[in-house]
Design a protein around this ligand. Structure first.
Ligand code: FAD
Length: 408
């Protein structure tokens, strides 16, 4: 006889794992179904910056001139494969304009989601005693160009409470940084080691009786009429509720339900360096290059960077990694020549409106979707998971979430 679970979750990235945990804690029997193994995609190879304050400065329109500059410059942090540019031009234009989202409303929704996320994440780490090097001493956005620094600071002044951030002038910049104009320190933001956090969370789940984890089991089809799904291994599993948390692959699963949601993968690179006696005390975002530097698990220093629309291609061109390392070495000379432990890429799940999808399916009411966190999935997934868990449990939601609904 087919087994029936209270909740099946397709995808064990940060969104799926956190949802599984929060539902299991509420007493639900949960089955987590993962195509490969837990947290092997973007959720492992990100910068590990937990930046709700930066989330609210994310929503800005990208001017055409700027986009063209990026496209024409081979050293740009942003790249779009010509075939993708042609095929997805409408999506890209929508992404630049945050299509369908009013900025003020989007900022408010992200602010609330960011706050819920930080609270949920801190609670999980402390209740389960997950040793993931969580450090909440702020994150510094560093600028090479003074005008960009001041423009962002003015922007932040309009959006974020004063006590959340402070300007760091050139003379106050930490000594390990070189050739920069200054920065903005987001005082309440944090960092962690994503692999340690997600491995710790998976271990916690593995010890919970009501959780079943099926690794190497891709969900291949969903039959919503009889609440059953099939996996590549031929298993048929019945669910009372289903959560689709399959990152950029969510699009394929949703199209099988007759729902169009363009989630495009945006590739980024991750380099793990080994640097004993590391003097970098604070996580950094070299903003103009899209490069993150996370020292919280020192002597392992996590460097990430770039945003490339090249489909599901996960290749790691040597020249792109060299470019990241040249920039890092120029601005943080102590990292020049450090031993490289691992190089990888991850695919961010991006939607054109730049606000994640946290939603009940309009037609199949026992199906829920969490995707589209793009550059902020580590930061925002805990809040998204908490919202979906509350929806499934029929609990009151802490704020209006209509903006996160699946676009019609
Ligand atoms: C270089 C880089 C740096 C980043 N830095 C940060 C940062 O500092 N802070 C931050 O907040 N965010 C950051 N992000 C973004 C963040 O990593 C992502 O938004 C987040 O990991 C997305 O998580 P997810 O669970 O939605 O997707 P994923 O991690 O992609 O997980 C989806 C899972 O679903 C599985 N799956 C897919 N299809 C199926 C199927 N049919 N059946 C079963 N399983 C399936 C996949 O194998 C995968 O394991 C960064 C991303 C990158 C690439």
């Amino acid at each position: 006889m087919q087994r029936r679970f209270d909740v099946c979750i397709a995808g064990a990235g940060v969104a799926g794992l956190t949802t599984a945990y929060l539902l299991a804690k509420r007493g639900y029997e949960v089955c987590l179904i993962e195509r490969t193994e837990h947290a092997r995609e973007a959720s492992r190879y990100n910068a590990g910056l937990i930046v709700p304050s930066m989330a609210v400065t994310e929503l800005y329109k990208i001017e055409l001139k700027k986009a063209l500059e990026w496209l024409l410059n081979p050293s740009s942090p942003i790249k779009v494969k010509p075939a993708i540019l042609l095929k997805e031009l409408k999506w890209i234009l929508h992404f630049m304009r945050m299509h369908g989202i009013k900025r003020e409303e989007g900022l408010e929704a992200l602010r609330k989601l960011g706050e819920l996320s930080m609270n949920t994440l801190e609670r999980i780490i402390s209740v389960e005693n997950i040793e993931c090097k969580f450090m909440r001493k702020g994150v510094m956005e560093v600028y090479v160009n003074e005008n960009s620094l001041h423009a962002t600071y003015e922007e932040a002044e309009n959006i974020i409470p004063k006590e959340y951030f402070t300007l760091v002038s050139e003379s106050e910049i930490p000594y390990f940084l070189r050739n920069v104009a200054g920065g903005i320190l987001y005082l309440k933001d944090a960092c962690l080691s994503p692999d340690l956090f997600l491995d710790g969370l998976s271990n916690t789940l593995a010890e919970m009786n009501q959780v079943t984890i099926l690794n190497k089991n891709e969900v291949t089809s969903i039959m919503p009429v009889n609440s059953t799904l099939k996996t590549a291994g031929g298993a048929e599993i019945r669910y009372r509720n289903l959560v689709i948390a399959a990152g950029p692959w969510s699009r394929g699963l949703l199209s099988g339900l007759g729902t169009k949601l363009k989630v495009l993968p945006a590739k980024g690179y991750c380099i793990l360096l080994h640097k004993p006696d590391c003097s970098i005390e604070i996580p950094l975002m070299l903003e103009e290059y899209g490069i993150g530097v996370n020292p919280c698990n020192a002597p392992i220093i996590r460097i990430t960077g770039f945003f490339e629309l090249s489909g599901f291609d996960k290749s790691i061109p040597r020249e792109r990694l060299e470019l990241i390392m040249r920039r890092v070495s120029y601005h943080i000379p102590v990292l020049a020549g450090a031993e490289v432990l691992e190089q990888a890429s991850g695919l961010r799940p991006c939607v054109s409106r730049r606000i994640p999808v946290i939603s009940q399916h309009a037609k199949f009411r026992n199906i829920y979707i969490i995707t589209g966190h793009c550059r902020l999935g580590m930061t925002l997934s805990s809040g998204s998971a908490e919202l979906v868990s509350r929806m499934i449990a029929g609990e009151e939601l802490p704020f209006d979430i209509s903006l996160f609904s699946l676009p019609q």
